[in-house]
Design a binder for this molecule. Structure first.
Ligand SMILES: *[C@@H]1O[C@H](CO)[C@@H](O)[C@H](O)[C@H]1NC(C)=O
Ligand SMILES: *[C@@H]1O[C@H](CO)[C@@H](O)[C@H](O)[C@H]1NC(C)=O
Ligand SMILES: *[C@@H]1O[C@H](CO)[C@@H](O)[C@H](O)[C@H]1NC(C)=O
Ligand SMILES: *[C@@H]1O[C@H](CO)[C@@H](O)[C@H](O)[C@H]1NC(C)=O
Length: 237
């Protein structure tokens, strides 16, 4: 024991001495290193086209959203996420890697210049939303505030991008609207080729599946923290 202590107290400091002399700051500083806040250049908006989003979903979201896509209009990010989580539906917030949604205006966040510039942010979410709408299939649901349920805003991303994309495509057969407490369900659009009773059957089927999923999964929202949901209402949905 004694010789061992001798070794530790005498030789180890001696071995360190040259290092101390060469790099005095690194070795003498025994505080934990500062958090890694490495500067990252801003990502250019031009990367984030609709095709780019279509090619980069997370593995669980490679396929279509068959009767599971949930859209919403102005001011309802938080409500829509809660509803989607409770009913096994999918919103744009679940589909892509988390870093894309990071809005923090810190120099280690390469997405900061897009999220903190209204014009770029709008383009970014338009292209993401267009990709989401292209992946929607069957019957889809859109949530509106109780106040504008009868006359929902059509000049935001829903009216300008998402709905027209689904009308132009051929996967979506009907669009139903609900209120922000999840109540009511009115079909507001259906594809001409689809029969009314077919749509009714599909909507019924969708509700049954939604109930089943309630039990099977309490899906998690991985990327956004609940305390930040409201920030994403800066986007004109
Ligand atoms: C996507 O966003 C870019 C802006 O970066 C825009 O020029 C382009 O028209 C948008 N649309 C598609 C379909 O990519
Ligand atoms: C999508 O849902 C329809 C019913 O609306 C069903 O017939 C079809 O098999 C489903 N497709 C997939 C890939 O699950
Ligand atoms: C983000 O940070 C930059 C650089 O510090 C600053 O000029 C800009 O005003 C900030 N933007 C917002 C929306 O806070
Ligand atoms: C998409 O929805 C339509 C209409 O409900 C359905 O007939 C079709 O099977 C769905 N597509 C896939 C790939 O499941």
């Amino acid at each position: 024991m004694k010789s061992c202590n001798f070794l530790l107290t005498t030789f180890i400091p001696l071995l360190w001495a040259p290092a101390v002399l060469a790099h005095p700051v690194e070795v003498l500083d025994d505080l934990p290193p500062p958090p890694q806040r490495r500067y990252q250049a801003c990502e250019p908006i031009g990367t984030y086209t609709t095709d780019w989003f279509l090619s980069t979903p997370l593995p669980d979201y490679h396929g279509i959203f068959n009767n599971t896509a949930l859209f919403y209009t102005r001011g309802l990010t938080s409500r829509a996420i809660s509803h989607a989580t409770a009913h096994g539906l999918t919103t744009i917030w679940a589909v892509w890697p988390c870093y894309l949604y990071n809005h923090l205006n810190t120099t280690d966040n390469p997405m900061r210049c897009i999220h903190n510039d209204a014009t770029k942010r709008t383009m970014f979410y338009e292209n993401m939303s267009r990709a989401f709408a292209k992946k929607a299939n069957g019957s889809v649901v859109v949530m509106h505030g109780a106040d504008d349920y009868d006359k929902p805003p059509m000049d935001g991303i829903w009216g300008r991008v998402e709905l027209p994309t689904m009308k132009d495509g051929d996967g979506v057969s009907s669009v139903g609207k609900i209120k922000d407490d999840g109540s009511e369900h009115k079909v507001v659009w259906r594809r001409k080729s689809e029969k009314v009773d077919h749509i009714a059957e599909e909507v019924k089927q969708e509700r049954i599946e939604m109930k089943k999923r309630d039990v099977e999964l309490g899906a998690q929202m991985a990327c956004l923290r609940a305390s930040e949901y409201d920030w994403y209402d800066n986007i004109d949905w």
